[in-house]
Design a protein around this ligand. Sequence first.
Ligand SMILES: [Zn+2]
Ligand SMILES: [Zn+2]
Length: 347
Amino acid sequence: MLAVGDTMTAYRIVAWGEPPRLTDAPVPEPGPGEVLVEVAGNGLCHSDVTMAAMPAEVADALGWSLPFTLGHEVGGRVAALGDGVAGFAVGEAVALVSPASCGVCPACRRGHDSACPHGLAGRGYGRDGGLARYVVAPAPRGVVRLGGLDPLAAGPLTDAGATSHHAVARVVPRLEGGDTAVVVGAGGLGAFAVQLLRALAPEARVVAVDTNPARRAVALDLGAHEAVEDVREAAAPGAAGAVLDLVGTDATIAAGVAAVRPYGAFALVGAAGGTLRRPWFGGLPRDADVFSFQGSSIADVTAVVALAGAGRIRSEIDVFPLTRVADAYAALEAGTLRGRAVVTPDA
Ligand SMILES: [Zn+2]
Ligand SMILES: [Zn+2]
């Protein structure tokens, strides 16, 4: 049984400008309308690394205060219910929706909760996340039931999976039978994008692009029809129905936009900070959708969990114990992982 005052090991940002570290943190208590979740696995995201290097003034402007526990891809089991929570059972497998949203603003009411103005801090960014044994979440808004899915592998569905889903769902209406859909970057998000395109656009020919041969092999394993090193090998200029750029450098953006056919779609998801220098009029594929975004909505998380539950997509993971979390981030940075790194407190 948990007692008030118990502590746990957590991987936290303690001071801006310093690397995150394993430290003691209090076991949280679920407040009214919250559940306590025992973490089974937490997926690591490249944005965690960016966050840890964030200047203090930027964090202050977002309203984030220290310390907080990193980790925004959480799968686990309900451990306790706060006052007023109904409909969840202790022991039930769940995944958490990490972005915060209010549920009542115009964006939320239209289902665009990823654009909620109250979402600047979320679980694992500004608030305590899943790199610890326990975490709290608002219920039902922040909790998605997993049914028979393994909570150890489910965390990446909620962020890498849901973010890819947001982009794929938006380009699918632009794809016509036999079109080529190109996924640039076959890492954590790309592995989901390939599978989601196969599931949601079954007539499209899916080509993954990655400079890393191991990732190309994973993409083929997950259903890509072809995997190549360069966007220009994936489709002739103006020939692709859709390009999803999950990298986002000057080079991938330029090659990706050039590959899109008229009435196709180009989605920028990758955060590498590249620039597109083309005249807006006449310089883009005619009548195409060219868009960028970050994040995902609760509906995306729910859709991805349902597809995983039906066996139509899966989470490829490399598991690390919490004691080796720094090694897991190093492997993520070095590009040596086969799947998404998932950290478990059970070791
Ligand atoms: Zn993320
Ligand atoms: Zn809102």
